[in-house]
Design a protein around this ligand. Structure first.
Ligand code: SF4
Length: 487
């Protein structure tokens, strides 16, 4: 039975679309890929796929709905994936069949070319995928999925280059937007980041003979691989045997890594741009406490993503940190199909208030973001029901007022609370005593930019906060999306 995969209580968060992983030079590569994908499961829980290559068995491919652990641990599944080279992908759908993914949309995609087969998996979103697809269909391509990433395979098929790596370059020079890619041929593992490096990708070493590519360093840790370096923005690495060849296939661009990876998407134990994600989040809390102090008795995180920022807020303010809200760790996405009655229980199914602690207290709640605001309201109700004297929200990101078109699932602009209300209006709508967001400058300071955000040359993509899109979202503009007017 296909599990229920659209969790009704996680719908008030931005969601990362994908995680990618690849290994070469190890026996039973698919086992390593499965472990890497398991570590990247937070980046996509809807479906996962692995392609492996074995000289005798050729390319094999397994794609399944659900968690990695529920599929890619079974001996009968893993036996289908022999070989020393493999790539994989975990998916949460954004582009493609949003909300009702078909198995044909699950990556990696595979193509057979005159010079041999190749598989490719992609994290991010191509902002010109619709126009490319139209063009390719007019020229005779037959698409089998609704995924952006299939465009890359068709562009590769049309390239006149004589080897797969060159065909990947040709294809990726035609696409716009955000993409980190892992790909494989019969002998090579390939990694590419888009010219601005919006989405992450890192290289690791496995013993003396193996290599790994992973969206995050936590994927390397789980297989005991040593972190070597990040793939740089605009870089392509081709790994064959013990050799890692690096090229720069794209016109150089200024790096604009997604700042939300620091705030929420990446795991706190990962290292991004040489910085500990946990430490950046803790520092966000420190900045928040400086920018938005308030008298209170307790600082409580909204678990789990608000935890490091709440620790930082508590350390800076001197107000005690406490677990005022407890998360039910076993509330998986494969929970029973929600009836209306269960939906009405709402966030209580996932979070519960520590009543004995909260009663009579002035509570600061630290959360990572406010998207629609619906969950914030419910959490406030729970805290007040438990007898809190005051509730103050402190948010570890600036107001999310613009949608992301680079691989993160965001509601349309009209559904974003911050796009339609001022901070004071949001405070009143949520119904709390105070509501404060970290400033964009404060977020940049926490992420290592001591001078804050340079408006002329921002180091990060922060479009969902600023409306400053580093790559114009061509398909969306064609559909009528209004960019922010130049200031
Ligand atoms: S718009 Fe926001 S979520 Fe999307 S890439 Fe930029 S910073 Fe990240």
């Amino acid at each position: 039975m296909r599990p229920f995969l659209s969790h009704p209580f996680d719908d008030d968060k931005l969601k990362e679309e994908c995680g990618i992983f690849g290994v070469t030079g190890v026996a039973d590569a698919a086992n390593f890929v499965a472990l890497g994908l398991h570590a990247l499961q937070h980046r996509g829980q809807e479906a996962a796929g692995i392609v492996a290559y074995d000289p005798v068995e050729g390319f094999n491919n397994v794609r399944r709905f659900g968690y990695v652990r529920d599929n890619f641990t079974k001996p009968d599944v893993m036996q289908m994936l022999p070989g020393t080279l493999g790539i994989g992908h975990v998916r949460y759908s954004t582009a493609g069949s949003k909300g009702h993914t078909a198995i044909r949309d699950v990556q990696p995609f595979f193509g057979e070319f005159s010079m041999g087969g190749a598989a490719i998996a992609h994290n991010g979103n191509l902002t010109n995928a619709a126009s490319l697809r139209r063009e390719l269909i007019e020229r005779g391509s037959i698409f089998q999925s609704s995924s952006d990433s299939e465009c890359i395979i068709h562009l590769m098929a049309r390239s006149i280059q004589q080897n797969i790596s060159e065909r990947i370059k040709d294809a990726l020079r035609r696409v716009e937007g955000a993409f980190s890619v892992v790909a494989m041929t019969r002998t090579k593992l390939i990694g590419v980041r888009d010219p601005m490096g919006v989405r992450p990708l890192v290289l690791g070493r496995i013993g003396d003979s193996g290599w790994a590519l992973s969206s995050e360093t936590c994927g390397l840790d789980i297989i005991g691989a040593e972190f070597v370096r990040e793939i740089e923005p605009g870089e392509m690495v081709v790994i064959e045997g013990n050799k890692v060849a690096s090229t720069r296939p794209f016109t150089p661009a200024t790096s604009r890594f997604c700042i939300f990876e620091h705030v929420y998407f990446s795991r706190p134990d990962s290292i991004l741009g040489g910085r500990s994600v946990y430490e950046t989040r803790r520092q966000i809390g420190v900045e928040l406490a400086k920018e938005a102090p308030v008298e209170a008795d307790l600082v409580c995180p909204v678990p789990d993503s608000g935890t490091p920022a709440a620790i930082g807020y508590s350390q800076q303010s001197g107000i005690p940190y406490a677990m005022g809200i407890i998360r039910n760790q076993y509330m998986g996405r494969t929970f029973i199909e929600p009836t209306e009655q269960i939906r009405n229980m709402g966030v209580r199914l996932k979070l519960n208030v520590n009543r004995a602690l909260i009663k009579g207290k002035r509570v600061i709640l630290v959360d990572d973001s406010v998207v629609r605001g619906t969950t914030s309201r419910k959490i406030k109700d729970m805290i007040l029901d438990a007898g809190a004297a005051e509730v103050h929200f402190r948010i570890a990101s600036p107001p999310t007022a613009w949608p992301c078109f680079y691989g993160v699932d965001t509601p349309e602009r009209s559904k974003l609370l911050a796009a339609t209300m001022t901070e004071d209006e949001m405070r009143d709508w949520i119904g709390v005593d105070s509501l404060k967001f970290i400033s964009l400058d404060g977020l940049y300071r926490a992420a290592g930019e001591a001078a804050g955000r340079d408006p002329k040359a921002p180091r990060y993509c922060d479009a969902c906060f600023s409306g400053d899109y580093p790559v114009a979202p061509a398909d969306q503009i064609e559909k009528g999306f209004q960019m922010k007017a130049a200031e």
